[in-house]
Design a binder for this molecule. Structure first.
Ligand code: AN7
Length: 380
């Protein structure tokens, strides 16, 4: 890379494929450009060959993929003259909304379920100076309320029903194809509202439509300007696979779930906002939905942390829990390339991590002999 090049976030990077004008004031914290990490140790223990990657979205500025959508949503809200944004959230959307509102100098109102939000996320919303409204209800109740409020008060709704959110989030698919040189065979994600799986499908589909001979002057998407003009990237798209927590799995039940429960509070969502379109993604991509028990999700979270050095939050681990099961069951065939999105950082939810840690800290006196003994007793 040339000296003096500063990464300034995904809107600048993908400006030619996002709905912004040349003179739009960009509200960015340098989001995107997250690492695609090839797993080594976990696949070695499987008895057949897969290329398994995790896209670590927990390394975004506020620790989750929500920053990709929020840079777009807040940029557009400011462009339209809005002075306040509002969202309902299981935690990560509120953390991102709070941070980007702070950056823009506007107010964020965040509506969260009382008690059922991970500590790190609450800390973020409070620290960034947003107005935190805790409701005696779950995310779905909050969603219903903020939609009504946004209709009657001068606040911009920045949940994923705001179309700019998915536009920002689609850029994760661009990054993956750029790095791999092609789309993966399978892309696995945790599913709550199903906004992210939909956004990825939009991204992959836009790229696939922009390969080889397809690009013409008539193309309304890039007008022939994008870096994919002329081809070079295979026009293929992955099968999209969405995993839900068993206690909040409306896509598995085929109907809304009224009292969702799961340890993965980020996806404790019973009434997904992108319901119809997510079914279309499954159908068009030839993918599927499946569910993971809380124990499976936590086991995958720990496996990633202990075997690969990657610490994601519980909800994120649903993608790996499900993918590993589908690999073992041969639903994902040998030789496939598989990308799992790790949507949020493990530090978001320290309580969940400590509750399932393999070993307690060893308490000893502050003396050489005691520390030496602790080391010798625990040498592997
Ligand atoms: C870590 O923050 O809905 O299927 O309000 O935080 O696009 O909803 C979070 C969702 C997966 C599900 N992983 O994504 C919110 C919120 C993590 C998340 C999801 C969320 P979607």
């Amino acid at each position: 890379m040339a000296f003096g090049h500063r990464y300034t976030g995904l809107i600048d990077r993908y400006r030619d494929r996002l709905p912004v004008h040349d003179d739009t004031r960009i509200i960015s914290l340098g989001e995107g450009n997250t690492p695609l990490i090839r797993l080594n140790n976990i696949p070695r223990e499987l008895d057949y060959d897969v290329e398994l990657y995790v896209k670590f979205e927990g390394l975004n500025p506020t620790g989750s993929f929500k920053d990709r959508g929020m840079t777009m949503a807040v940029t557009k809200a400011v462009e339209e003259g809005s002075k306040a944004i509002i969202c309902a959230s299981t935690g990560n959307t509120s953390a991102a909304a709070a941070a980007y509102a702070a950056r823009a100098g506007i107010t964020a109102f965040v509506v969260i379920p009382d008690g059922k939000i991970a500590m790190g996320k609450l800390a973020q919303a409070m620290m960034h100076g947003s107005v935190v409204i805790q409701i005696e209800g779950n995310f779905d109740d909050g969603m219903r309320l903020v939609k009504e409020v946004a209709n009657t008060s001068p606040v911009t709704l920045v949940n994923s029903v705001n179309p700019f959110r998915l536009q920002g989030q689609k850029t994760a698919a661009f990054e993956i194809v750029e790095e791999l040189g092609r789309a993966p065979d399978f892309h696995c994600l945790p599913v709550g509202n199903a906004g992210n799986i939909t956004a990825h499908w939009i991204g992959y589909s836009e790229l696939a439509a922009h390969t080889g001979e397809h690009v013409t002057e008539a193309c309304t998407f890039c007008r022939g300007h994008c870096r994919y003009a002329g081809g070079g990237v295979a026009g293929q798209r992955p099968r999209m696979v969405g995993y839900q927590a068993s206690g909040s799995a409306p896509f598995l039940r085929g109907a809304m779930v009224d009292a969702p429960e799961t340890v993965a509070t980020a996806i404790r969502i019973g009434h997904p906002q992108s319901w119809d379109v997510a079914w279309k993604v499954r159908e068009e991509s030839g993918g599927w939905f499946d569910e993971c028990a809380d124990e499976e999700i936590l086991a995958a979270q720990k496996l990633l942390a202990e075997k690969e050095g990657v610490f994601c939050e519980p909800a994120s681990a649903a993608s790996v829990a499900g993918a590993l099961r589908d690999i073992r069951d041969r639903k994902i065939p040998e030789g496939s390339s598989v990308v799992c999105t790790l949507t949020g950082h493990g530090l978001k939810d320290p309580d969940a991590a400590i509750a399932q840690a393999s070993r307690e800290p060893i308490k000893v006196r502050a003396e050489l002999e005691a520390v030496t003994r602790a080391i010798h007793e625990n040498m592997e």
